[in-house]
Design a protein around this ligand. Sequence first.
Ligand SMILES: Nc1ncnc2c1ncn2[C@@H]1O[C@H](COP(=O)(O)OP(=O)(O)OP(=O)(O)O)[C@@H](O)[C@H]1O
Length: 319
Amino acid sequence: MIKFENVVKEYKLKKDKAVTALKGISFEIEKGDICFYLGPNGAGKSTTIKLLLGILKPDDGKILINNNELKKKYKKEYLKRIGISIGNKSHLIWDIPVIESLKLVGKLYKVPEKVSDERIKYMAEKLNITHVLNKPAKFLSLGERVKSDMICALIHEPEIVYLDEPTIGVDILSKEIIFEFIKEHNEKNKTTFFITTHDISWVEKVNTKLILIDKGKKIYSGEVEKLKQNYKIPESFMIEFDKKIDINNFLDFKDKFLEFKTSDNKISFVSNNHNVHIEFINYCFKNYNVVRINEMTNKKLEDIIISITKKESEKYGQF
Ligand SMILES: Nc1ncnc2c1ncn2[C@@H]1O[C@H](COP(=O)(O)OP(=O)(O)OP(=O)(O)O)[C@@H](O)[C@H]1O
């Protein structure tokens, strides 16, 4: 339903110079997907969101929403069917009670007042902010503000919701509540969520769609779990013996590993080759008294993403 076809976006600078923020990005997002759009600073995330909101136009390529090109004729209808929340900007009016801002947004989208009131009540309860609805927005904590903005984005039950850095500065507990809320809303209404974030802890929570970009290029698109499974990072083990060991007894093995460290009664070793691990572990069990063996392979999504970003040109998973 959301399709980017080789989208290029350039920012013109002075003296005939230009920055190419997106260098031919393609992806597809199905209805009802929760899609995380991840990338380091300057990767092109905000540019993508601005293109999706119709604020910017691509210099090349196509943006299709439900098979309609995002051009003038379709844009008016499209904008009514989307919701937006931008982490560091608020839809709330600073000096009036939050509930008044929310009701106003409901009115702007022509949501019947009764329906709008019911939705505000329901979502505020789910997000645990009922007690702040009568406070002016300027007195809200950051987390309460982000949650209130989430209600603004959803009050007209849009088909697609764009969330730009929704968890910036939000504490762990609020992040959890917001995420559970998004998941529930997605399941109930089949709403499509397109979320830009730096927050890998969020992405790690669900096996959802992930698009990874860097320097205006897509470097991964697929499920989070697939990325974890397909991407091979070296395995790492530690063996503990019942007494101090002599490194000279292990010299035959040392060169087979990427890393091989001994200290007192322990050896830790790292390799890309699973069979080398098996061979070495068998050898230790046969010839020594092994007290403990620990796998210390770190398959954290964050490390994988850092590693992929470094090897930008290599391809993993589905593209
Ligand atoms: N208005 C602009 N004029 C010129 N260059 C711009 C403009 N906006 C963005 N850029 C450049 O385009 C590239 C992509 O920027 P963009 O803001 O899309 O990245 P981002 O992934 O959202 O970064 P961040 O995580 O830091 O917000 C960067 O090199 C940035 O300097």
